[in-house]
Design a protein around this ligand. Structure first.
Ligand code: 5AD
Ligand code: SF4
Length: 437
């Protein structure tokens, strides 16, 4: 009989959560657990949760329900819940799902080893959820998914309190990591063979504002740009209010930082933007986009939009629709507003009914596809840089530097290499391309 203990992690939500899972996996491996894809094989299942929208929560509670059946057939199975829902719901999770053994908050990721050991010894349920984070989370072993692109957190938390958003409540106040630590990690990842770095933060443009030790986001980008072991740099997510000329200039002057701007506008109506507490107007946003396009005419610009925010009537929605068309984004992420208990917007009057939200989502999704295709078509017969990430049926698949999805015939050994390509035609969602050798 094998004595190997297996773990699996089911992850929901944003890139920060995905990266937390890599830090959780690293810790479990350090105490002898091996990773398995198969839930049925696992001795330990960790669910890393998200609560940004109710739909995510429902899905996760469904998954937790499924685990109850699994535990019935394997009573020694350890079940842990971590991430944003663990931070928010805490003891309530034990009440709702008595088969849970471990609850770990977002500020407690680094404690996993101690808590698992504690549980293994006592077999008593363990809960560790701090209200506030330490200034700097201690380093833990990390096992990264993939070997081409690596996430590197640069800051944790958010201070913005957009009125719809639960994130500031479950991820705490902004804490920036020291520049030196980030640069060292990026350099090391390059040595390990990673080609691309994605700098992560809830609002990367706020980097360094919580201290006067590290400079600002533009300074950080410039520092990471100098790391020779890395070929490509991306970052997410930006707040339009805090995006500035200095950042635009650093990106324009860099060969490695992608000309890819994901700038969540959230609404195209000034009335709604104000209710959302976004801190900018459509006029400001328009000007920001003009600056970016003047500096980098081919830059890709994408956005997030929430529809059905409380008070959004047909006129506000039409304004938003027209604004999105005018800006001519390369793509949109559209979300129906989801009421989050404890946020300001949850108690605002004029909540919008679900069927209206659905219609609006639908309208914007078809607009998004049109815009995406327009943007892709602009690059037919143009040359771009491309890093292949996977190999599928004779095709290399990955992203261009402006984040188009690329498919190109080529050899498997080109995976991870920076290649020059010419886009030949579009087969949505891919740009079919030819490699220029
Ligand atoms: N309802 C719908 N969408 C939301 N987002 C954040 N909070 C909510 C909410 N309560 C969206 C925003 C954000 C993206 C990550 O999720 O558009 O940019
Ligand atoms: Fe939420 Fe706004 Fe912070 Fe983004 S910037 S995480 S939307 S509060």
């Amino acid at each position: 009989m094998s004595h190997t203990k297996y773990f699996t992690i089911v992850t929901y939500g944003c890139q920060m959560n995905q990266h937390d899972s890599e830090r959780l996996a690293g810790q479990l491996k350090s105490i002898g657990y091996e990773y398995t894809e198969a839930l049925s094989e696992a001795n330990f299942v960790l669910v890393n949760t998200c609560c940004v929208r109710e739909s995510a929560e429902k899905k996760i509670y469904g998954k937790i329900g499924e685990l109850k059946t699994l535990k019935a057939s394997n009573p020694n199975l350890i079940i842990g819940i971590t991430g944003c829902m663990a931070q928010k719901d805490r003891e309530k999770l034990f009440e709702k799902a008595p088969h849970i053994d471990l609850v770990l908050g977002t500020h407690n990721v680094h404690q996993l080893v101690d808590l698992v050991k504690e549980f293994e010894q006592t077999k008593d349920r363990v809960l560790s959820v701090w209200d506030e984070a330490e200034r700097l989370a201690p380093d833990v072993p990390t096992i990264r998914k993939g070997n081409i692109s690596a996430w590197v957190p640069i800051m944790y938390g958010c201070n913005n309190f957009c009125t719809y958003c639960i994130v500031p409540y479950v991820r705490g106040r902004e804490r920036s990591r020291p520049v030196a630590d980030i640069v060292k990690e990026v350099h090391q990842l390059g040595l390990e063979g990673f080609k691309e770095i994605i700098l992560l933060g809830q609002n990367v443009n706020s980097y360094g504002k919580d201290t006067d030790e590290f400079g600002d986001f533009a300074d950080l980008l410039a520092a990471v740009d100098k790391v020779e072991t890395i070929e490509r740099i991306r970052y997410m997510t930006s707040h339009p209010r805090d995006m500035n000329d200095k950042v635009i200039t650093v990106i324009k002057n860099s060969k490695k930082i992608c000309e890819y701007f994901h700038l969540p506008v959230q609404s195209g109506s000034n009335t709604i933007l104000k209710l959302m507490n976004r801190g900018y107007t459509t006029e400001y946003y328009r000007e920001l986009v003009a600056k970016i396009r003047t500096a980098m005419p081919h830059a890709s610009l994408t956005t997030d939009i929430i529809v059905g925010f409380p008070g959004e009537d047909d006129k506000h929605f039409e304004e938003a629709y027209d604004f999105i068309k005018e800006i001519n984004f390369a793509g949109l992420h559209v979300f129906p507003y989801s009421k989050r208990e404890g946020t300001k917007a949850a108690t605002m009057p004029n909540q919008v009914d679900e069927s209206t939200k659905k219609k609006r989502v639908h309208k914007l999704m078809s607009l998004s596809q049109e815009l995406e295709l327009d943007y892709m078509n602009k690059f037919v017969n143009k040359d771009l840089d491309f890093i292949a990430e996977t190999y599928e049926n004779g095709y290399l698949v990955g992203h261009s530097s402006n984040y188009l999805k690329i498919k190109a015939k080529g050899k498997e050994e080109y995976i991870g290499k920076m290649l020059n390509i010419t886009i030949k035609n579009i087969e949505y969602p891919y740009c079919i391309s030819k490699i220029n050798l």
